[in-house]
Design a protein around this ligand. Structure first.
Ligand code: ACM
Length: 579
């Protein structure tokens, strides 16, 4: 299936034609995305056939298993293990290449992939798949294709160790099967970190066995806002969904098999209305002065509108304890180093007005509400650090001058101010500035972009993404672990819409994070023209270069576009206390 109209767009025409048929291997386009550090072509080609064998050391059994299941459906070839006669596909390890690096040599006699580690070998296997005809991405037998790999030498290593995508499954629930598909799409682009945004005002998506109401109550809302700005409406339709702990374990294991680490996020102390709905004693005003829980705390509802809301968590020790319980279950499920606790966009009005909160601040010797937020984040950070994990939070965790554990890592989203401040304070940084890599922002300034939000971020804009702020010294810049694109789903109510906003911009972000300079957008565009043939074969409903297709538009649904000047003025006002 393709979403291209029969007239087709210019960007997808070259993708399917060249690699099929008997062909001359030298004329087959080689279009690897993201661009490898070094690629040279040699003469001839390797042909996959029923005799092709795959061999690898035991440590790479998982990579071999992945390659077999990736190539078999379309080719129908068994790709048995074992080296038959010195031909075929062979894997090896050479630690001297470095983490995630690989070397690939394709010749008529076979393909050799050497990984600096298993992840590097896996990236080499992904590149081998990209060297094959795009039809290899289909999931059933494609007859009549000559499965040729043009002879090449590739030497490659990533620029950054953190190459991520943030995925919000809370505003709109993304079914598990679509999360798994998204993981595959990340792996195709050698992205290695999924920042999974699991809780929000509008829904709590992860089963916590100790607190079942988080999902029995908090995973559902009565209606959803349609559009943005003052003319937005409501659809009046219930929405919800959550992942059981078995679902979560499956996603984590599926990602691990693709060398992707999942970083979960449980967002506190703002963006917590779903939790407060489920357990009202978590909210401000749910306890009397002295800390006694109120018999009938104010009952709110899971959010149905998009935005920033004043209902936030209280900062009682009992609320800290509730969340350390939640984090204990989260840590059981997610073995990776980093655990996200959000920290973004927490309005302070309730804390200012609430006598009990003010009393807590006095008891704790805190001068203002920013310090209270830092205190709360600090408690959860200490809990994670004591368990040997590292805290991951939005750049608001720098506010209030709190002391976090040395491993705390800051996601700089309000431009790069957070990245600069965090690095100078000695914290590691993941760059995800909204004005470079927020993939919910509109893709052009054209009138047909669906529910246009904020500034335009074109494919060329995101391809130019630079994660290291020029203001940092070389030493400070070492704190920049990498970057990630952020996908917020207020206006993405289906997996189809996620495809539209994510692709092909995520291909460009992947290149910005993987490929060492120089960045060449024209060269990227030429390769992308072939690469979209792969996306077509998979069934990714990306935005075409010509603009949104009719069914990708949302005529009549209001957005909230902003100019660069408006966006800059807003960001300058909200980052004032971390600059
Ligand atoms: C964010 O965009 N609220 C991190």
């Amino acid at each position: 299936m393709t979403n291209a109209p029969s007239t087709s767009s210019t960007s997808s025409t070259s993708s399917t034609a060249a690699p099929t048929g008997p062909g001359t291997p030298e004329t087959v386009p080689v279009a690897i995305v993201p661009r490898p550090a070094r690629l040279t072509r040699a003469s001839g080609a390797f042909r996959l056939d029923s005799a092709t064998r795959v061999s690898a050391p035991d440590e790479l059994a998982g990579v071999v298993a992945w390659l077999q299941q990736a190539l078999r459906p379309a080719t129908g070839l068994p790709l048995r293990e074992g080296s038959a006669d010195g031909t075929g596909i062979s894997f090896d390890l050479d630690a001297s290449l470095g983490a995630e690096a690989y070397r690939l040599e394709a010749r008529p006699a076979g393909v050799r992939i050497t990984g600096g580690d298993a992840a590097g070998a896996f990236h080499g296997a992904q590149v081998l798949r990209q060297l094959l005809p795009a039809a290899v991405y289909r999931t059933a037998l494609v007859p009549g294709v000559d499965w040729v790999v043009p002879a090449v030498d590739v030497e490659d290593r990533p620029r950054f160790g953190w190459r991520g995508t943030h995925l919000d499954v809370a505003r709109h629930f993304l079914p598990k099967r679509d999360v798994l598909r998204f993981v595959d799409l990340m792996a195709l682009h050698r992205l290695n970190t999924l920042h999974w945004h699991l809780t929000e005002d509008q829904g709590w998506r992860i089963e916590i066995t100790k607190y079942p109401r988080l999902t029995s109550v908090g995973a559902w809302r009565e209606s959803s806002q349609v559009g943005a700005g003052p003319d937005a409406t409501q659809d009046g339709r219930p929405h919800g969904g959550f992942y059981t702990q078995d679902d979560i374990r499956e996603v984590v294991a599926y990602a691990a098999a693709r060398h992707i680490t999942v970083v979960p996020e449980v967002d506190v102390p703002g963006h917590s209305m779903a939790a407060i709905t489920a357990y009202p004693h978590l909210g401000v005003g749910a306890v009397e002065v002295g800390g006694t829980p109120v018999a009938e705390p104010r009952q709110i509802a899971v959010g149905t509108e998009w935005g920033i809301f004043e209902d936030v968590l209280n900062t009682e020790q009992s609320t800290v304890d509730f969340y350390t319980d939640v984090l204990d279950e989260v840590m059981e499920l997610f073995p990776g180093t980093w655990i996200g606790i959000g920290g973004d966009e927490c309005p302070k009005a309730q804390w200012q007005a609430d006598p009990r909160t003010q009393e807590l601040m006095r008891e704790r010797g805190l001068a203002d509400e920013d310090q209270l937020q830092a205190w709360f984040i600090g408690r959860l950070d200490a809990h994670l650090a004591a368990a040997g994990r590292r805290t991951f939070g939005w750049d608001e965790i720098l506010e209030g001058n709190g002391t976090m554990s040395p491993g705390a890592t800051v996601a700089s989203w309000r431009g790069m101010t957070g990245a600069i401040t965090a690095a100078r304070r000695g914290y590691d940084v993941v760059a995800c500035p909204d004005d470079q890599v927020y993939l919910d922002y509109r893709q052009s300034d054209g009138p047909d972009e669906p529910i246009p939000v904020s500034i335009p971020l074109t494919l060329a804009d995101v391809h130019a993404f630079e994660p290291v702020p020029a203001e940092l010294t070389e030493d400070e810049a070492r704190h920049v672990l990498g970057g990630q694109a952020n996908i917020w789903t207020e206006h993405m109510d289906s997996p189809r819409t996620v495809d539209f906003f994510a692709f092909p911009r995520l291909c460009a972000v992947a290149e910005a994070l993987w490929t060492t300079e120089p960045r060449d957008f024209d060269d990227f565009s030429t390769r992308l023209a072939v690469h979209v043939g792969r996306l077509d074969a998979i069934g990714v409903e990306y935005r075409h270069e010509s603009g949104p297709l009719p069914w990708q538009q949302r005529p009549g649904v209001p957005g909230r576009p902003a100019s660069r000047e408006e966006r800059e003025a807003y960001i300058a006002s909200v980052v004032a206390n971390i600059s």
